[in-house]
Design a protein around this ligand. Structure first.
Ligand SMILES: Cc1cc2nc3c(=O)[nH]c(=O)nc-3n(C[C@H](O)[C@H](O)[C@H](O)COP(=O)(O)OP(=O)(O)OC[C@H]3O[C@@H](n4cnc5c(N)ncnc54)[C@H](O)[C@@H]3O)c2cc1C
Ligand code: FES
Length: 281
């Protein structure tokens, strides 16, 4: 697939993309289906992100939540928390956004053949993991056990309910959803997602774990995975820091000795243990 003109020629120059569809996922979460004004979309790997520019307002890093089946579609799932995310969340169909990317490292799925896969997501952290889940399930026979553990604040905050249902019903996976706060109709797990890690079966010596969510949830999840005997080299976390250039020039996203935009956002725990302070949690 052809890479975008903007990224090939100047990674700081946004390419014009059109909002083809806007899907309200939750009260504060929206998915934008984008297509380039001309040509094909960028070629992307699960776990990468783009910089989305709401013209006149600002630019933020947003993970790619699906690449779409056509050579044009690209999906980004955005939580409305501030100025730029609010503007993007309220874009009308037909509106134009600027897009730079894709940037960053993805989930290391290529090195995962024959291993058990453990995916742990909290809230909107499921968005960057969704393409990884779908890539793994598309080649399900290449992996050992596949475990998907998802945590949300409450039943009404469950993101992507239909895909979650399909993953569970149509594939050989162990999938659990937990909520922090249940309502009267909830019959599933209650509690934070790291507590599910001890209750599931996977081969700690031969698995890869992918974790994304609020930083505190990632710290507890990493600690639980370490407690099960998973090596820090096999636990991968997607980190969030404010970004500006996204290409390793400005230093805005510095995380210890690393730049999240260029060295991450996906890091093996062994590279960031000291700065993530796993033992202090
Ligand atoms: C690699 C990477 C991938 C990302 N992927 C996504 C994604 O897929 N979807 C997405 O919605 N965001 C994602 N983000 C976060 C996004 O880049 C912005 O930080 C976020 O949208 C807030 O920007 P803003 O300008 O709207 O808010 P700001 O004006 O920066 O912040 C407004 C207020 O919200 C708080 N805040 C900022 N970020 C968050 C947050 N994530 N949750 C709760 N409160 C917050 C701030 O502390 C501040 O108080 C990603 C960030 C990185 C680095
Ligand atoms: S955002 Fe500029 S160095 Fe990472």
């Amino acid at each position: 697939m052809q890479a975008s003109q903007s990224t090939e020629e100047d990674p700081l120059l946004p390419a014009p993309y059109r909002v083809v569809e806007r899907v309200r996922e939750l009260d504060d979460v929206t998915t934008l289906h984008l297509e380039p004004r001309t040509g094909k979309r960028t070629c992307v790997n699960p776990g990468q992100f783009n910089m989305l520019y709401a013209f006149g307002i600002g630019e933020v890093a947003i993970s790619i939540s699906a690449a779409g089946e056509t050579e044009r579609g690209l999906f980004h799932t955005i939580r409305d928390v501030g100025k730029v995310s609010h503007a993007l969340s309220h874009m009308k169909e037909g509106a134009e956004v600027g897009l730079r990317g894709p940037f960053g490292s993805g989930w290391p799925i290529d090195g995962a053949d024959g291993r058990d896969i453990v995916i742990v997501a909290g809230g909107v952290g499921l968005a960057p993991l969704r393409p990884a889940i779908e890539a793994v399930l598309a080649k399900r026979e290449q992996y050992g056990r596949v475990t998907i553990l998802l945590g949300f604040r409450s039943p009404k905050d469950i993101l992507f309910p239909q895909p979650i249902h399909d993953w569970r019903e149509q594939h050989d996976v162990e999938l659990h959803v937990t909520v922090d706060h249940a309502d009267a109709d909830w019959r599933g797990h209650v509690g934070v997602v790291p507590t599910l890690i001890q209750r599931t079966n996977f081969d700690a010596k031969n698995c890869l774990a992918f974790v994304c969510g609020p930083e505190i949830m990632m710290r507890f999840s990493a600690q639980a995975l370490l407690g099960e005997g998973v090596s820090p080299a096999r636990i991968h976390l997607s980190m969030e820091r404010n970004m500006k250039c996204a290409v390793g020039h400005c230093g805005r996203c510095q995380f210890g000795p690393h730049f999240v935009c260029k060295d991450g956002p996906v890091f093996p725990l062994e590279r960031i243990t000291s700065i993530l302070s796993v033992r202090e949690v």
